[in-house]
Design a binder for this molecule. Structure first.
Ligand code: TRP
Length: 333
């Protein structure tokens, strides 16, 4: 029997500070698990990062750190294509053509644009507005079939599909129309302080989130301070969002089901439970942190990985961009 061609998965993450436990459980950890079943492309979206003002030296360092962190989380450059967005110039070249096939009205409806322009009213730049077009180019230039994205990026993916369909309609079949990819156990990790809200590293309260690089004592402290509720039963329910969130974390770390967790902590109260949650997180993150430090110290290796990634990605992207330029009537060089 002929082997079926593997589907292509693409995702990206911005290099703006270290990831939270929520990014890890909800996204990056799954990325590693997809590598055998799919052809995976993972990108560090540093061009998207400058839609908000960044300090250049810091952005460079954070880009390296993001790369080291992805590898430390199990993304294997021998299996997946890993690269930095700005090192593949064809993305921005395609982005221009796509922006001429995207309506002002469509971009005006993007809720992330509305949120970010309200939050950064002093810097509502054109890049912030056309951000989803560049994201569409990131995806379409590799003919990606599937795109794992969180809820905040769903609207951008929907727009990507619309742009692809419209372009195909006008210029003939060109782009694969990508689908969202939502993992089977797509755990959404909430704030440890306000469990109705998503865990976010931009939260003012540092106790609301766990960072991937938090030291063990910090993780323990944050877990101990996590908001629970007045009774002391470890049980998942909609009126116990704090406890449920800790159970989700513990379950993601240990593979135990909610039933198993309820039995394990039957009659033991929150104190014991919170310590167990912290210990499970520490056990999972410690080896990642060690590997991260090792990789960051090996700058030559990291640069080699990114260089090889950018070259391979560049070849694929270049070919696609050429095809598109030809279709819209650009003179070939
Ligand atoms: N905009 C995404 C985010 O901030 C990152 C991103 C850029 C991305 N390009 C992408 C995600 C392409 C998926 C596919 O989370």
């Amino acid at each position: 029997m002929e082997e079926q061609k593997k589907k292509r998965i693409l995702s990206g993450i911005q290099p703006t500070g270290t990831f939270t436990l929520g990014n890890y459980i909800g996204a990056v950890r799954n990325w590693g698990q997809l590598q055998d079943e799919y052809e995976c492309i993972y990108m560090i979206a540093n061009l998207h990062a400058i839609t908000l003002r960044q300090e250049p030296a810091k952005l460079r360092q954070q880009t390296r750190e993001a790369a080291a962190l992805l590898l430390a989380c199990g993304i294997d450059p021998a299996k997946s294509l890993v690269f930095v967005q700005s090192q593949v110039p064809a993305h921005t070249q395609l982005s221009w053509v796509l922006s001429c096939n995207t309506q002002f009205g469509e971009l005006s409806r993007m809720t992330q644009f509305k949120d970010k322009s309200a939050k950064h009213a002093d810097n509502v730049n054109a890049g912030l507005f056309t951000y989803p077009v560049l994201m569409a180019a990131d995806i379409l230039i590799y003919g990606a079939d599937l795109v794992p994205v969180g809820a905040d990026q769903k609207q951008h993916l929907e727009l990507t599909r619309n742009i692809a369909e419209r372009f195909n309609g006008v210029y003939g079949p060109t782009f694969t129309v990508p689908e969202g990819y939502f993992p089977k156990q797509g755990a959404r990790i909430m704030s440890l302080q306000e469990p109705e809200r998503k865990m976010s590293k931009s939260d003012e309260n540092v106790n609301a989130f766990i960072l991937l690089l938090d030291e063990p004592d910090v993780i323990l402290r944050k877990c101990k301070r996590a908001v629970t509720d007045s009774d002391s039963r470890v049980a998942a329910s909609p009126d116990k969002p704090g406890v449920t969130n800790l159970m989700t974390i513990y379950s993601s770390m240990t593979g135990k089901t909610f039933d198993e967790i309820e039995r394990e902590f039957d009659g033991r109260g929150y104190g014991d439970f919170k310590i167990a949650v912290a210990e499970s997180v520490i056990a999972e993150l410690s080896p990642i942190q060690r590997e991260y430090k090792r990789l960051l110290a090996d700058r030559a290796y990291l640069e080699e990985v990114l260089k090889t990634g950018a070259e391979t990605a560049g070849r694929i992207a270049r070919r696609y961009a050429d095809k598109v330029y030809k279709k819209v009537g650009m003179l070939q060089l």
